[in-house]
Design a protein around this ligand. Structure first.
Ligand code: PRX
Length: 650
């Protein structure tokens, strides 16, 4: 973040207290902070008791093998039972769980009764396909009810799922299947994107052809397009529909693996973040109840994330369903058929709680106030933001134009690794500052520390760390315990290092400033610089590549690549386009560089390390910082001179 942006933030002194009517009815009261600090583990035990346990836990936290935590030791539960069956058993079977809306406009309501039947049938189908407890299942699906059913069916039989965002490439899917040694892939024929059908099956076929661990591929018919077919493939409607709708859920240990979700780290190889059952569900449901203030009998909730990201796991599937939500699930993009699709959905479904990302909010701002202005958004009572720092301008626009000036905004800071929200206002308690995630939730310990790991006082900036284990914390990196320790617990062994920089203001409010490592945040998606560099150098015309995240008004950060060509390759037209397409093929379209600059040299220190700081200066059109440590200081003049010819994305 630039110094100017930082000082803007620090001048922000507007304060928005919760409306008194909201505060009076809020699920979470201010006393929670005191209760949790008086007895942190007791507080979490109380939250865990909102779930149904088949066997009670005997110990809240076992941290004796730190940093490998065990929460709710000895307890047994079934996550899918907690998200579905118990609501039917308590008499809410006819409540709508999912209000699905497809991009072409098709709609389908799924009640808790129907969801239970669907999950049981899918669980029985997985068993018939040979999936056993502990087996990994890869899910590569559009945002349709079957995706949620598939996740819950896996949870029900104790088979950890690995959801791979359907925008990732065949190669990205293959490497994730291989790392987890998945035996089954669940997918669909295609998905509806921007008014056309985007096939999914060919990418799955390509990935599975190179994945010996996979035995079967289960395919939902969504778009009806022709799909290539193999012996290993089976249609969802052929096998799921004929199953019995009764299935007895098995009680699993609180620490039974629930899912693996891959995310970018600072190396090229994505990390399989492992989450388990009891602690994860406790914190996902607690935060959903207290931060989103869910009232299951009256709210219509909508989180616009995709199930391919952690937000979809924790705040579409597990947290909300455990709390008996009624929620909107939307398949498509915000601009189809027109740029007011989201506001149209909110108006028609009378959405009360809306959770989205700053990059989307900034895009809506750009599209203009007339679009939300055409719709009745008065049903909204609470707004949420996640994925990246929200700038005060976007916060205020969100509050005034979408929230009618009266909805509290919860700016929620968390990560794939944390599993659930960690730092956020409580909407009925906290007086919010636009752009600040404010303070850790009750039961959560966070600090801002300096290089030496010393906690800083108010008014200082440093590194964001978590000071206490929390129930939904990752339990490790799949198959790589050492990488888990090295990545998160080695810089300061007593703290979890989140990888973010943060500032404490004069009142102790936390302002998250973004990543301090080589991880970029593009439209709220995490992409590592090394991952994109590896993709670029795998192109036969590329000798070397350096990638940086440059600040971008719309997407938070944009990917800028500096590429050295192999000898004999001409710097001809169309090269940048070719490289961008190559990155899309290797990783997925979200990782396509915004700009590609062909250079002769890269700025390196005498020991050969690329100085990204200087490349960021160039990419952000800043005056160059100190170049004296460069082996060849003249290199930068050449690079900076070429910036104007960098190819912007077409
Ligand atoms: O840099 C922080 C940013 O997103 C990172 C986590 O990315 P991911 O694991 O993909 O999860 C995103 C959804 C939870 C963090 O390290 N981030 C997330 N939320 C915020 C944020 N930065 C500032 N403010 C937030 N509210």
């Amino acid at each position: 973040m630039s110094d100017e942006a930082l000082s803007n933030l620090l001048r922000e002194d507007r304060l928005f207290p919760p409306p008194p009517e909201f505060a009076a009815r809020a699920n979470a009261k201010g006393s929670m902070y005191d209760e949790a600090s008086a007895d942190r583990l007791g507080f979490w035990a109380e939250q865990a008791h909102h779930l149904h346990w088949d066997a009670p836990f005997t110990e809240v936290l076992d941290w004796s093998n730190a940093p490998f935590a065990k929460w709710f030791v000895g307890g047994k539960l079934n996550v899918a039972y907690n998200c579905v069956d118990r609501h039917v058993e308590s008499g809410h079977g006819s409540q709508v769980a999912l209000r699905f809306e497809g991009e072409p406009g098709d709609r389908r309501d799924v009640t808790y009764n129907e969801l239970m039947n669907d999950v049981c049938k899918a669980a029985n189908a997985l068993i018939e396909l040979g999936v056993k407890g502990g087996d990994r299942v890869a899910i590569y699906m559009p945002m349709i009810p079957e995706a949620i059913v598939a996740m819950l069916a896996c949870a029900r039989i104790g088979a950890p799922h690995s959801v791979v965002f359907a925008g990732f490439s065949a190669e990205a899917l293959r490497s994730r299947i291989e790392d987890a040694q998945a035996t089954l892939v669940i997918t669909a024929d295609g998905q509806n994107r921007r008014g056309s059908v985007m096939p999914l099956k060919p990418a799955v076929d390509e990935a599975v052809d190179a994945s010996p661990s996979v035995q079967r591929v289960l395919v939902v018919r969504r778009t009806g397009n022709e799909v290539p077919w193999h012996d290993r493939d089976v249609w969802w409607h052929d096998i799921v529909d004929r199953q019995s709708s009764s299935h007895t859920p098995e009680a699993f240990d609180s620490e039974h693996p629930l899912f693996i979700l891959y995310t970018s780290g600072t190396t090229g190889k994505p990390k399989g973040i492992l989450h388990t059952s009891g602690g994860y569900l406790t914190q996902a449901s607690f935060t959903h109840r207290s931060v989103f203030d869910l009232k299951p009998d009256s709210d219509i909730y909508w989180c616009t994330a995709d199930i391919g990201w952690v937000t979809g796991h924790s705040y579409i599937v597990y947290g909300p369903l455990a709390n008996r939500v009624t929620q909107v699930v939307y398949e498509g993009t915000p601009d189809t058929p027109a740029k007011d699709r989201f506001w149209d959905i909110i108006e028609r479904h009378r959405v009360t709680i809306f959770y989205t990302a700053p990059t989307a909010i900034r895009t809506f701002m750009k599209w203009g106030d007339e679009l939300p202005g055409k719709h009745d958004l008065t049903s909204l009572r609470l707004l949420g933001s996640v994925g990246e720092p929200i700038n005060p301008e976007a916060w205020i626009w969100y509050r005034d134009t979408i929230g009618g000036g009266h909805c509290p905004i919860v700016d929620t800071w968390w990560q794939t690794e944390t599993g659930a929200i960690m730092i956020s206002p409580l909407p009925g308690v906290t007086a919010c500052k636009p752009g600040s995630a404010m303070r850790p939730l009750p039961g959560i310990g966070a600090a801002v520390v300096n290089d030496a790991g010393t906690p800083l006082g108010n008014g200082n900036g440093g590194y964001l760390v978590l000071t206490e284990p929390w129930p939904s914390m990752l339990r490790g990196i799949w198959g790589d315990d050492q990488r888990y320790i090295d990545t998160y617990w080695s810089r300061w062994p007593q703290y979890y290092f989140a990888g973010d920089g943060a500032k404490l203001d004069e009142d102790g409010a936390i302002w998250v400033l973004g990543r301090v490592d080589d991880v970029m945040n593009v439209s709220g998606h995490r992409i590592s610089t090394t991952e994109v560099e590896s993709a670029l150098v795998s192109h036969p015309k590329v000798a070397e590549a350096a990638v940086v995240g440059a600040s971008d008004e719309m997407t938070g950060q944009g990917i800028v690549a500096f590429v050295i060509l192999r000898g004999g390759v001409d710097d001809g037209e169309g090269l940048a386009k070719e490289f961008r397409a190559h990155v899309a093929k290797e990783i997925g379209p979200i990782a396509k560089p915004r700009q590609i600059l062909i250079v002769q040299e890269l700025p390196k220190t005498r020991s050969g390390k690329i100085m990204r700081r200087l490349l960021r200066d160039v990419a952000e059109n800043r005056n160059l910082g100190d170049v004296t440590t460069l082996a060849d200081p003249t290199v930068m003049n050449l690079i900076a001179g070429g910036m104007s010819t960098a190819q912007p994305e077409d």
